[in-house]
Write a new protein. Structure first.
Length: 125
């Protein structure tokens, strides 16, 4: 019985570790490739387009990029861009901030993780 409990415990620990590893792994190189879809609206060079520049987005408050006119919904959201917040926002911007102008979402979890890893590789605010 004790052996069975140890085995079950070990398997549970492996499953938890595997889930944690999968949830936190993004491929910045693939994220850069995927970001090309975002680059029609967003820049990483510091210039705003129809969407704000995203260089330095990590740990930055939402709606603070100078020279960009944000929706009042996002400006009043109080959001700070962390990995979790970006993941939630990219999965469904209008679900997180009703009234935001961004309506395009990234449905695949791995694609979001890759884009986030790429943005994070560019540095924080």
């Amino acid at each position: 019985m004790e052996k069975a409990l140890r085995l079950i415990s070990s398997l549970a620990m492996l499953a938890i570790a595997d889930q944690a590893a999968a949830a936190g792994t993004g491929d910045p190189a693939n994220g850069q490739r995927l970001f090309s879809r975002c680059s029609g609206c967003h820049s990483i060079q510091g210039d705003n387009k129809s969407g704000p520049a995203l260089n330095g987005v990590f740990d930055r408050k939402a709606a603070v990029v100078e020279g960009y006119s944000y929706s009042s919904a996002l400006a009043n959201s109080g959001i700070t861009w962390t990995e979790d917040r970006l993941d939630t926002y990219l999965a469904g911007p209008t679900r997180l901030v009703r009234g935001t102008r961004m309506t395009i979402s990234v449905s695949k979890e791995q694609d979001r993780a890759d884009i986030i890893a790429y943005l994070k590789s560019l540095g924080g605010s």
